[in-house]
Ligand binder design. Structure first.
Ligand code: CA
Ligand code: CA
Length: 87
């Protein structure tokens, strides 16, 4: 076990990460390992139906840490963690 190499994910168990991986794969409709804006809109529509569409782009940019227009699993995971610690 490594406890210092990846501090960002160290608070999560492998089980939790596997669960999030499942969600990620579910929303990654074309299975290319990244969630694009269209896939993200579908994700948010399911997670929080009240989300305004103009907030979606904002949220997307927030999660897309490196700004390449796609959410990869690492970015998705980091976002999940932030959500968790807020509640
Ligand atoms: Ca995709
Ligand atoms: Ca990205």
């Amino acid at each position: 076990m490594s406890d210092s190499q990846t501090p960002a994910v160290s608070k999560m168990t492998d089980e939790q990460i596997a669960e999030i991986r499942k969600d990620f794969d579910f929303f990654d409709r074309d299975q290319n390992g990244q969630i694009d804006l269209q896939e993200f809109i579908e994700l948010l529509t399911i997670l929080s139906p009240k989300t305004k569409i103009n907030h979606v782009q904002e949220g997307f940019d927030l999660i897309d840490g490196n700004g390449d227009g796609y959410i990869d699993f690492e970015e998705f995971l980091a976002w999940w963690q932030e959500c968790w610690w807020e509640y």
